[in-house]
Write a protein that binds this ligand. Sequence first.
Ligand SMILES: *Cc1c(COP(=O)(O)O)cnc(C)c1O
Length: 414
Amino acid sequence: MTKINSNYQKLQAGYLFPEIGKRVRAFAAANPAAKIIRLGIGDVVLPLPAPVLEAMHAAVDELGKPESFKGYGPEQGYDFLLQPISEHFKSQGADVAPDEIFVSDGSKCDTANIQEIFAVDNVIAVTDPVYPVYVDTNVMAGRTGEAANGRYGKLVYMPTTAENGFDPEIPKGPSPGSHVDLIYLCSPNNPTGAVMPRSSLEKWVAYAKATEAIILFDAAYEAFITEPGMVHSIYEIPGAREVAIEFHSLSKTAGFTGTRCAYTVVPKDLKARNDKGEQVAVHSLWNRRQTTKFNGVSYPIQKAAAAVFTPAGAKAIRENIEYYMENARIIREGLRAAGYTVYGGINAPYIWLKVPGNSTSWNFFDKLLNEAQVVGTPGSGFGSCGEGYFRLSAFGFRENVLEAVERIKSRVKP
Ligand SMILES: *Cc1c(COP(=O)(O)O)cnc(C)c1O
């Protein structure tokens, strides 16, 4: 009899978004006239900007002619995309060479797949609340124990709450069990909207260097940073090339959630040890993994992605990001004026609000849905430390955002 990978049975049901859907459908069925405004899901609404679309169209036409047809491309991505990405890093003060960049069809896949080049007995550290992909993929791989009270055994959870400014604390050594090997950090953060300060990232890089740990840095929302002086790439921190892998995505940055294009940086200076204790370059492992299991992103999509890095493309996506960040400002300031305690929304398209009173995230979800017909995301769905918080997304059309804020202000007093 064939046996399954039993680690899959440790996975807790993907409960958050199905449960939101269920409650919204039930409400809509009972209130058919209600106009429901959805600020729950992290998906963009604005269409692809013209320079991106034109590049994609032109590339599609090239595929229709024998002289410009393309078959398989390089698994790592075409040079016409790797070069401008590398230059973009350099413009931010991050030293990343084109051959350290791996183009892919998503940061979800990359943050999910990266763990397989590391040993099963590595200790994993994640923040709480957290993007669930980091956790579930390590559960599947067998790096955790069973789940109890919303947490998996063997995982090291680092609370990020208002009390610590949403900044994860470095595990304190040298007590047994305090050392961690793979550390997932996401900044600007989904769901809290917080951005890690430079001083904090410097501490993490120093910690990783001292303990031979590796930081997996998810920078999917880097382009949403509005405050000057914030860290956009961990490679701005001296020494990070020896300890960090960084993930970028055009999904939120350029409206590619449906189109699919992302990239991951594995610096050649990054080493980890094999069973014999010898140092091995992580870059060559990831390259081997990608060339074995992945055949690259399609040519028209890479051409569209390259357009994001042209002056016209960069300007167009900047305008879209500013539109979303104005939404974020409207939500943040509107709710604050109404008496809510709100976080985020300045360097990230998410507003993380404190649920008023001692109510739970799900109670607040129901209250917002019933009284204002606004849908958000209960913070508890991202981890036990998210209980008592609530996420609103700035990815919406302006008129809906304005109406949602007005409704909350007038109908759902904190
Ligand atoms: C949306 C998101 C991504 C991007 O995922 P893609 O697969 O590139 O669409 C990565 N990390 C976080 C935390 C996200 O919210």
